[in-house]
Design a protein around this ligand. Structure first.
Ligand code: PLP
Length: 428
């Protein structure tokens, strides 16, 4: 007789599954107050409005506008009927081109304000102070250090350099060459690692710990990153109101969020639960080879458990989601607010990169298309877990891709066309 596996059925076999989190508490609005409180979420919204003014001065493609970093667009495609589907288009976020900019840029600007405060300058009284020559002279003394698969490094690097900080990024083997090239062109010191994401983060942590003038952006443990992402929830609230869509018991919101280490989807979940409470359900999406949040939450363990322990490879074309160990901060603080995890195959990602280009002209990288892949595969099952008579409104969060250079884009499309044609042959 085979022993019952510790893991949900299909996970070890790399099958795409929908895992409904048994510890999900739909009514839990506030986070684990000891670590991230409602006041932190409010502070993030407030700080972002100052930061938006600064960013519009240093980056020519950013307008100070109404504070929305990306559009929430209705997607009227027959493929998704009868569901009502909206897209939160973070693949178009200015300057950084991905959802990670929400956290990375927020943390760089928060650190800039911290440096100014420690020199007696109050950023609330002088919101543009980070752009002064005196501030730049101060920032040049500091080095910001970060480890990442690519998009966080890219965001921290671009924002940090613009303010005058020295920046050192440690990138894992999954990181794309074009991101390294662009960072080096911006004056960032790029350190390449043969190891995976956790290895790159560890290396960055070590470097920063030996130098009093280094500041480490910790993708695994930073509360500042988390609350930077959380402010997106207010954007959503405003955009839904503007579109005349009321979220309530009769029209719940289902949100599909691609998950790597968990910071971006975790922070957004915190923000959304705080606003919409039991009427929003956040679904994390992970590749079948790297379902780190699923493994951590399903293990029920208070100590880290990674996907290798489950016999999985952590090898996926979704570089942003190629993470073996989930953030313990997110697992602990947000775990009970995550409705569940949907996993997808690399071929699903390629297929949806191509489909969303031909259907809607969206230029997505494989990680950025994960929400569509999950919705297409598991949308019905997910809906049924919450009561099939509640169609609700679905938001698919597209998280990166509009910056892909032509060559990478052509390759991504080629892979998508190959999958679509193989799958069509299978049906015939
Ligand atoms: C395009 C893209 N989407 C989603 C994510 C997931 O974010 P997180 O690692 O914070 O879970 C990443 C992470 O780098 C990413 O690059």
């Amino acid at each position: 007789m085979r022993a019952k596996s510790l893991w949900p059925e299909g996970v070890q076999e790399s099958q795409p599954i929908w895992w409904h989190n048994p510890k999900y508490k739909p009514n839990k609005r506030a986070a684990n107050e000891g670590r991230v409180g409602v006041d932190d979420l409010k502070r993030a919204v407030e700080s972002w409005s100052r930061f938006q003014m600064i960013l519009s001065k240093i980056f020519s493609d950013i307008e100070s506008g109404d504070g929305a970093q990306s559009q929430l667009a209705q997607l009227d495609l027959p493929e998704f009927l009868p569901s009502k589907v909206l897209v939160k288009a973070d693949h178009t976020i200015k300057t950084t081109g991905s959802i990670k900019g929400r956290g990375g840029v927020y943390e760089v600007l928060s650190f800039a304000e911290y440096v100014l405060k420690s020199h007696g300058i109050d950023p609330r009284a002088h919101p543009m102070a980070p752009l002064s020559a005196a501030a730049r002279a101060l920032f040049e003394r500091y080095k910001i250090v970060v480890g990442s698969t690519g998009n966080l490094a890219f965001s921290v690097g671009m924002a940090g350099r613009k303010l005058g900080f020295r920046v050192e990024v440690h990138m894992s083997r999954d990181a794309q060459t074009w991101k390294k090239v662009r960072l080096r062109d911006a004056g960032v010191h790029v350190v390449e690692h043969e190891g995976d994401y956790s290895h790159a983060v560890d290396a960055a942590r070590k470097v920063a710990s030996t130098d009093a003038f280094s500041y480490f952006v910790d993708d695994e443990n930073s509360v500042t990153l988390l609350i930077g992402y959380s402010a997106a929830a207010r954007e959503i609230m405003r955009q839904l109101e503007h579109s005349g869509i009321a979220i309530n018991q009769d029209n719940p919101l289902f949100v599909y969020l691609p998950c790597g280490v968990g910071g971006a989807p975790g922070g957004i979940t915190l923000g959304l639960k705080n606003i919409f409470g039991p009427n929003v359900h956040c679904i994390f999406v992970e590749p079948v080879a790297s379902p780190c949040m699923l493994v951590q939450l399903a293990s029920g363990s208070a100590v880290p458990v990674n996907v290798y322990a489950c016999g999985l490879s952590n090898e996926t074309i979704a570089d942003g989601l190629a993470v073996a160990q989930a953030s313990m901060l997110v697992a602990e603080v947000v775990g009970e607010q995550i409705a569940g995890v949907a996993t997808v195959q690399d071929d699903d990602l390629s297929e949806w990169v191509e489909r969303m280009w031909t259907l809607a002209g969206m230029r997505l990288e494989p990680s950025g298309a994960a929400g569509f892949a999950a919705f297409a595969r598991h949308g019905r099952a997910i809906q049924q877990s919450f009561g099939s008579n509640q169609a609700g409104t679905t938001i698919i969060w597209t998280t990166g891709g509009s910056f892909l250079p032509e060559l990478e884009w052509a390759y991504a499309r080629e892979q998508g066309q190959r999958v679509l044609s193989n799958r069509a042959n299978l049906i015939v």
